[in-house]
Design a protein around this ligand. Structure first.
Ligand code: FE2
Length: 383
């Protein structure tokens, strides 16, 4: 057995319409003033209003900051810091997708510890206590609600900075699947593939341990079964629930075992070609499964054996190839491209991308070593 150190930091409250308890949950943290951090899409869908009404019913004063954009940058975080300075909240509520949740963490770093976002790149850089935070995810994807990392891009260099600190963990993750129903199909697809990748990548990292494996396995079962179902019927609350819990458990798996080569390969595609994260992940994951499977086929097979080939899962005897094809078929149903050449990536730039991918910290957790040569071969296989 591999040693581990796991301290649950986030209370998880789950169920349809649980968003209506947001006020009580904030009150239990001793807060009377809340800053709700969200984006214009979530506000337009009426979700933020529902959260604000719940806060008002519990006598919590609230201010809305809706200045979060897709792939949050240091500029979004700075704008949020200014809002926090003006309003002086006692609790921060990240209400939306991964962007809103990560932005809430970023704002908390700067508001409570000062400096600029770049100062927190890495892990454990905050010295002072931070404000308590509640996450209300409206997508089933990043699992940011159960992770202590904020992914914030430098607005000037476009480099994605992973800023992690255990103090930046949400105190409560409020999971209400009814909030995920109205998201556009494309968002369901992109975030769903990403969550599935989190389950599969975390299951085979170098630092996997009994805790991470438990979360990865359950996330795989929930996401593998339900992604196809939500794509076919977006209003299916049971399937939406499975996706939301699966994404949350996958977030806990990341917190305990990090990620791997798929994310290392995806990041440069987003930085240099603005390919959305979920699309880049969906492109690269089948190739990484085949690559890792050359040495770790037994681990992937364990996952397949856990399903017994039922509920649309590939049969255990199909092994890594079956698993890679299963991921590709889900990505195809989600309308995502199969090849890098379809995404405007120039073939002669693959070596440059591979150089960048080899520098990604997340790649160091991949079970097989992935240097520049391996990264290039993986890009070429996906081209
Ligand atoms: Fe991801």
């Amino acid at each position: 057995m591999i040693p581990f150190d796991y301290q649950p930091r986030t209370r998880i409250v789950f169920g349809p319409d649980k968003v209506d308890t947001l006020g009580e949950l904030a009150g239990e943290l001793g807060a009377r003033r809340a800053l709700v951090i969200s984006d214009p899409g979530i506000v337009a869908a009426g979700h933020a209003e529902r959260g604000l009404a719940a806060l008002a019913r519990a006598g919590i004063e609230a201010q809305l900051f809706d200045g979060v954009g897709e792939n949050p940058t240091t500029e979004h975080v700075e704008a949020g810091r200014a809002a926090a300075r003006r309003y002086d909240p006692e609790v921060l509520i990240g209400f939306g997708g991964g962007s809103a949740m990560d932005c809430a963490k970023g704002i908390n770093f700067l508001h409570t510890n000062g400096g600029r976002m770049q100062d927190y790149w890495g892990t454990g850089k905050a010295t002072r206590e931070m404000l308590p935070m509640i996450a209300v995810p409206t997508t089933a994807g990043t699992g940011s609600e159960t992770q202590s990392f904020a992914l914030i891009s430098d607005a000037e260099t476009h480099v994605k900075m992973a800023c992690g600190d255990k103090k930046a963990s949400f105190r409560v993750a409020l999971l209400d699947p009814t909030l995920t129903v109205s998201q556009p199909q494309r968002v369901t697809a992109l975030t769903g593939i990403d969550a599935l990748a989190h389950a599969l990548e975390t299951y085979v990292t170098r630092v996997r341990n009994p805790v991470s494996l438990a979360f990865s396995r359950e996330a795989w079962l929930l996401l593998g079964e339900n992604l196809g179902r939500v794509l076919a019927d977006p209003t299916n609350i049971e399937a939406r629930s499975g996706m939301q819990l699966g994404a949350c458990f996958a977030g806990l798996a990341i917190e305990n075992s990090m990620l791997g080569a798929t994310h290392a390969l995806a990041n440069p595609l987003t930085t240099h070609y603005q390919i959305p994260h979920g699309q880049a992940i969906g492109l690269m994951l089948p190739h990484v499964i085949r690559f890792n499977g050359a040495e770790y086929a037994h681990w992937y097979r364990d996952l397949l054996e856990g399903t017994g080939g039922a509920n649309g899962f590939p049969p255990p005897e199909s092994g890594c190839e079956g698993l890679a094809n299963f991921v590709r078929s889900l990505a195809k149903r989600a309308g995502l491209p199969a090849r890098l050449s379809e995404c405007g990536v120039a073939e002669d730039r693959l070596p440059e991308l591979a150089e960048d991918a080899a520098k990604q910290w997340t790649g160091t957790f991949n079970p097989r070593s992935v240097g520049q040569m391996e990264m290039l071969a993986l890009y070429q296989s996906a081209y």
